[in-house]
Design a protein around this ligand. Structure first.
Ligand code: UD1
Length: 431
């Protein structure tokens, strides 16, 4: 297993290109299950989550070819319908094969995704949406099972949680409704840019969807979809991570290949912290002051502040001047990074779904453990401003969602190296 060693003190500066969006490409890959022809995806990021979903899709009989950043997927109407626990449990997003399977094949046997480090993460709203369309999904032996065996039907359905709309429940319901008989009215749809990308991809495949980008979608079901060529947009969360890195190291980072309209909440936050943020049609630039100022954030559904950037901005706050308050309104338990930041000398107190962050004059390098994807990125950022060396273990989390993060941070002037983690038995032998 690899670890990252970050040496603090360098400013990040320069240009970096955002990779294709992880959260956009995953549901669009699943949507290939719906099409009669070949779906060609361009600008596909080279990530472990993409490889995991490709494995699941192969088990479902999808023929997949990868050539650089181009992925070709072809799925027959008939085929196996089981997504097994071993794969689904490594990545929650794999639950988005459920909607396409029941819609096109009339059967599904998809492992319940299980919990994750930042909470229970139920799938009740996925089931609510799909069952309203007649999928008849039940939970048995840890699996979500459907053997409806016929075409789904349109319905009027409201999908959402007490935290607001659900991104992947919207994706699942939408993907099923496009092949259902009749019209579906989907209310309280998530408006995250990745849902819009999925909507556009489905439209390119022949789906009839009205109200794209809004909270109410009207879907006229069609009998079949065809192949299409789709280019995946730049990853706003990856871009945001680099921009936070530029701002908090007193650096100057420009990220190319993104829609700055996807990062307005981050722009506001970094601006309030004293960074200068500018943008053009497909780039955004953050220039940091010598030291950032404190501010408050609350994570919210898009266009509010994204929960996937909460850990990174909290890291910036932990070295800013003054006291910041972070309120997590999407995943109230998503604070695993706090304990690791404390190891570096951060001054953070957690109070329910809030963290009170007192900016420390300095952080000092230590060994820390990556707990989830975005928390790992936050620890890399922390290492960049901590004195001495920070060793981040379990970096496989970061490889799930960031393409070659160590090399790209090095290109911006940061000092990060990747090493194999010495095995415990070996160190015991030496001892
Ligand atoms: C997606 C993103 C993830 C991001 C999250 C919120 C992907 C692959 N993942 O996850 O990176 O952090 O959106 O923007 O796109 N909930 C329920 N019942 C459900 C579904 C969700 O109670 O059936 C709850 C969740 O536990 C959470 C909230 O609703 O508290 C929002 O979650 P949701 O939008 O569904 O997140 P995901 O789609 O899983």
């Amino acid at each position: 297993m690899d670890r990252l060693i970050v040496t603090g003190g360098a400013r990040l500066s320069g240009r970096v290109r955002a990779a294709g969006s992880k959260n956009a490409v995953l549901p669009i890959m699943a949507a290939a299950l719906l099409a009669d022809g070949e779906v060609v995806l361009r600008n596909v990021p080279d990530l472990r989550d993409v490889a995991t979903l490709a494995l699941i899709l192969e088990q479902l009989g999808v023929v997949i070819h990868r050539d650089g950043d181009v992925l070709r997927l072809r799925a027959d109407r008939e085929g196996p319908c089981e997504a097994p626990y071993d794969l689904v449990s490594t990545m929650r997003a794999s639950v988005c094969v459920l909607g396409p399977l029941v819609a096109r094949r009339g059967h599904a046997q998809v492992s319940m995704p299980g919990g994750c480090v930042f909470g229970v993460r139920p799938v009740d709203q996925h089931l609510k949406g799909l069952n309203a369309l007649g999928a008849g999904i039940r939970v048995e032996g840890g699996y979500l099972l459907s053997d409806v065996g016929r075409r789904l039907h349109g319905a009027h359905v409201f999908v959402g949680t007490r935290f607001g709309p659900s991104v992947l429940a919207t994706a699942n319901t939408l993907m099923a409704a496009v092949l259902a008989e009749g019209t579906t009215r989907l209310e309280n749809a998530a408006m995250e840019p990745e849902v819009l990308e999925l909507t556009d991809a489905l439209i390119a495949m022949g789906a009839r969807i009205h109200g794209r980008g809004g909270h109410t979608l009207e879907i006229e079901g069609v009998a079949c979809l065809h192949g299409a060529e789709i280019t995946i947009g730049g990853d706003r969360i990856e871009a945001g991570t680099f921009l936070v890195g530029g701002a908090m190291t007193g650096g100057d980072v420009t990220v190319d290949g993104i829609d700055p309209g996807h990062l307005t909440a981050l722009r506001e936050t970094l601006g309030a912290m004293g960074a200068k943020v500018t943008s053009g049609s497909d780039w955004m630039r953050a220039e940091g002051p010598a030291r950032l100022e404190a501010t408050d954030i609350a994570t919210l559904p898009f266009p509010g502040f994204p929960t996937d950037l909460q850990a990174q901005v909290m890291t910036a706050m932990s070295v800013a001047r003054g006291i910041s308050v972070v309120t997590e309104r999407i995943f109230p338990d998503r604070f695993m990074h706090v304990a690791e930041l404390l190891r570096l000398g951060a001054l953070i107190r957690k109070e329910g779904p809030q963290a009170i962050v007192e900016g420390a004059a300095r952080l000092s390098g230590a060994t820390v453990m990556a707990s989830d994807l975005r928390a790992s990125a936050a620890l890399v950022l922390a290492g960049l401003v901590a004195e001495g060396e920070t060793e981040i273990r379990r970096v496989y989390h970061i490889d799930r969602g960031y393409e070659r993060i160590d090399a790209r941070i090095r290109d911006l002037g940061g000092q990060v190296r990747r090493e194999a983690q010495p095995r415990l038995e070996q160190s015991r032998k030496q001892w």
